[in-house]
Ligand binder design. Structure first.
Ligand SMILES: [Zn+2]
Length: 327
């Protein structure tokens, strides 16, 4: 039986906007999937200096002041809202990601189920429901004590903010699988990193309707061998469950039980405990998916082949194999 824990935080509820998909209600639904016997970990909010490893100090000051000055929710762009408590919630979410990574370094799988999400947040701006890039903040901090970090982002949207944060370094391997031609419209196969980071960003944009057969093919042929070659000290998952079949924002065909297989493949590839951090996921079946992720963390199981990937996925995989010189 694997050791694992969860992080939840009531402060996240301060960032809420009734009727918006990225609401506290969706977090409550996700958290319904945490098994009863999984321990909840206490943690501290991220320090300002932690957030400044990833974000422009001027942006953080602006965001803090803007939140403190409002009474009712306001919009930073057409997708992204703030409330009076949003800055506090964002620092708590980033702190939860830091704690999840630290716990994984100590030898235990940990899933931080917190919001607002983070992977679209850029150096100097909020974007796509995200205010502070939780995973990037946690990874930057961990690089003080470990050599190499792998990040796998299975959210249906490309994690532009995370990719850009580590685009020029060979100490972070960023692997994203996402729906092509979808917000934020980045993450094409030829985005592979630059300078020292060339070859350390891997993007697998899949067509709408992709199934677990497609995801398993990308994982087994690209992500797993790339992670094994990289041999990370820390493995972070940007866990966005908006690839579920019933998600209102994505058009993928992943079932809740499929997350068990994806999680198992990553635990085996990395050889180190996983730190998972919630990104998207807005559907009814989100809680069931979270339950299956924990099931994979807590027990060993088989990884059965799930059928044939589409021709389009096979084409992308063969291109990526060649570009990234994978066996
Ligand atoms: Zn998403």
């Amino acid at each position: 039986m694997g050791r694992c824990c969860a992080i939840i935080d009531p402060v996240c509820a301060g960032h809420d906007n009734f009727g918006h998909l990225e609401s506290n209600a969706r977090l409550v639904n996700a958290c319904s999937g945490i098994p009863r016997d999984v321990a909840r970990l206490a943690f501290e909010p991220a320090l300002r200096e932690d957030a400044e490893r990833v974000h422009d100090p001027g942006y953080l000051s602006w965001l803090e002041q803007r939140c403190s000055a409002i009474v009712t929710p306001e919009w930073l762009d057409t997708d992204t809202y703030i409330t009076r408590r949003s800055f506090d919630a964002a620092l708590r979410a980033a702190g939860a990601a830091i704690a999840a990574v630290e716990r994984s370094i100590e030898g235990e799988h940990c899933f931080a189920l917190v919001r607002p999400p983070g992977h679209h947040a850029e150096f100097d701006r909020a974007m796509g429901f995200c205010l502070i890039n939780n995973v990037a903040v946690a990874a930057k901090k961990a690089l003080d004590s470990v050599g190499k970090i792998a990040i796998v982002d299975w959210d249906v949207h490309h994690g532009n903010g995370t990719q850009n944060c580590f685009y020029g370094t060979d100490r972070v391997l960023y692997c994203s699988v996402h729906q092509e031609h979808l917000f934020p419209y980045s993450g094409t196969v030829d985005e592979v990193g630059a300078g020292d980071g060339k070859g350390y960003t891997i993007n697998a944009p899949l067509q709408a309707g992709s199934t677990i057969a497609d995801y398993q093919f990308v994982f087994s042929e690209i992500f797993v061998p790339a992670i094994e070659r990289f041999s990370p000290d820390v493995m972070i998952v940007s866990a966005g469950q908006d690839i579920l079949f019933d998600d209102p924002l994505g058009r993928m065909s992943i079932r809740p039980q499929d997350f068990e297989l994806l999680t198992r493949m990553l635990t085996r590839a990395a050889g180190v405990p996983l730190a998972l951090v919630l990104e998207g996921g807005y559907s009814q079946s989100h809680g069931a998916a979270v339950h299956h992720i924990f099931a994979a963390l807590m027990s060993n199981g088989k990884v059965d082949v799930q059928g044939m990937p589409s021709g389009r996925t096979q084409t992308i995989v063969s291109w990526l194999k060649s570009e990234h010189r994978l066996p």
